[in-house]
Design a protein around this ligand. Structure first.
Ligand code: NAD
Length: 416
């Protein structure tokens, strides 16, 4: 039987397993299986050549029992409503596991930002905000960047929202540039949070990080910072990195500054002097200590899981591992740091950004780092303790912690 790779079907299957273990009330289970609200838009955008192109776009508010919905906006050619639903569900579990007073949401636009001019991107970003503005706000739903979107895009969206509403409202969106009310430490926060979980996992497994090897898939915001931080903080030897165009390898470790320069010059990691070109699939199967997927969903599946040799899989990407691969990893004794725990650093600092926007008083980078470390360490151990107590693997333990917290809020509100 071929594996079902629909991300929302996967998200629902994961919830179903957790509901079974928790013996969740069937009415609660049915409620948590579906998004509470979703919006579908058509956004007309005047392109540089004069014609008007219509883009499909979505916003899903999966669950806001614990607080305003929170989640990024993706600009990606393969975006579908089911991907957005799955990511919104995972945001719900992520904000719960990291115990920030927020719910889960996600947005997406079907477009290829690489083929659009800055002017076209600005008009699309403003068009998205015009479509969604009446449904979001600091007390309702707060977007942020994700795949294909940047602090500049957040700035255009913030400006459009404030023009529509006629007053400043920096807390409507996070991941903003610093001068518009962004938080210190937001851009590297997802990777930084992942490093905290890797540090804690290594302690549990008795792994020395200095000199240990790693491979990173994806070299965008998350992957490039993961490379730099793994190298600088732990002395990890990152032997391979990749992007959508290809992968490179050097047994002695790749220098993050050199790969960064290569990216700036050519827009790709491949072609770096003193590195060997390898296949994207090969990167995942290298005999490294730590594998860090930091690209897109469904990269570790039933088709390649038995060839994965890493001891730790640190899922900085959302949904990189399918349930079939999970099962194989369990048999092989691979330690997974599940996505909505591993990559919760981004939403934690987004939450810090909202708090700072509310007060209009801004923290230093040191304060942000200290609080981020505290949040991630606490979340990691809540999941680890649950795994020990219930005898389940880490992804299921993260679900148990998160679903319990969301269900409790839903129950307290009297919704179910
Ligand atoms: P990004 O758009 O900045 O980068 C994505 C990278 O993945 C690019 O380098 C791209 O070339 C690469 N890529 C795409 N397809 C690939 C493939 N098949 N093989 C190898 N590389 C491929 O996005 P990002 O913000 O770095 O997000 C990466 C992942 O992290 C996503 O799953 C995202 O949902 C997740 N995430 C991001 C944040 C955040 O704060 N940015 C927070 C939590 C989770």
């Amino acid at each position: 039987m071929t594996e079902n790779l629909n991300p929302f079907a996967i998200a629902q299957a994961q919830l179903d397993m957790a509901a079974g273990i928790l013996q969740l009330d069937p009415d609660m289970h049915a409620f948590l299986r579906q998004p509470m609200r979703e919006f579908h838009f058509s956004i007309p955008v005047r392109m540089d050549d004069g014609h008007v192109q219509t883009f499909r776009a979505f916003r899903v508010q999966y669950n806001d029992a614990r607080g305003p919905a929170k989640g990024g906006i993706r600009f990606h050619p393969d975006e579908t409503i089911d991907t957005v639903r799955a990511l919104a569900a995972w945001m719900t579990w992520k904000t719960a596991v990291s115990d920030v007073p927020l719910g889960g949401g996600k947005g997406g636009v079907v477009c290829n930002p690489r083929n659009m001019s800055a002017g076209e991107l600005e008009r699309l970003s403003r068009g998205y905000m015009r479509a969604v503005a009446r449904f979001i706000g600091p007390e309702r739903d707060v977007p942020a960047p994700d795949v294909g979107t940047t602090p500049q895009i957040m700035a255009w969206m913030l400006d459009e929202y404030e023009v529509i509403n006629g007053h400043h409202e920096p807390g409507v969106i996070t991941g903003k540039p610093l001068m518009l009310g962004g938080s210190a430490g937001r851009t590297p926060a997802t990777a930084m949070g992942g490093m905290v979980t890797i540090r804690e996992a290594a302690k549990l497994l008795g792994m020395t990080l200095n000199g240990a090897t790693a491979a990173i898939q994806g070299y965008g915001n998350v992957g490039s910072y993961a490379h730099r931080l793994a190298h600088d903080l732990f002395g990890l030897k990152v032997v391979a990195v990749s992007d959508e165009f290809g992968a490179i390898y050097n047994a002695n470790g790749l220098d993050p500054a050199a790969v960064g320069n290569q990216m700036r010059r050519t827009g790709k990691v491949s072609g770096l002097p003193d590195s060997e070109e390898i296949g994207n699939a090969q990167l995942l199967e290298l005999p490294v200590d730590i594998l860090i997927p930091a690209a897109i969903e469904n990269q570790l599946t039933g088709a390649n899981a038995d060839r994965i040799q890493a001891k730790i899989v640190a899922e900085l990407a959302n949904g990189p591992t399918t349930p079939e691969a999970d099962q194989i990893f369990r048999q092989k004794g691979i330690y997974t740091i599940p996505d909505f725990l591993c990559n919760a650093g981004g939403v934690s600092v987004s939450y810090f950004e909202m708090v700072q926007n509310t007060y209009g008083y801004y923290w230093t980078d040191e304060v942000v780092q200290e609080r981020l470390d505290q949040k991630m360490t606490t979340a990691f151990h809540a999941v680890h303790n649950m795994a020990e107590a219930q005898g389940v693997e880490t992804r299921m333990a993260a679900y148990l912690v998160a679903v319990n917290r969301v269900a409790e809020a839903v129950r307290a509100r009297g919704w179910v």
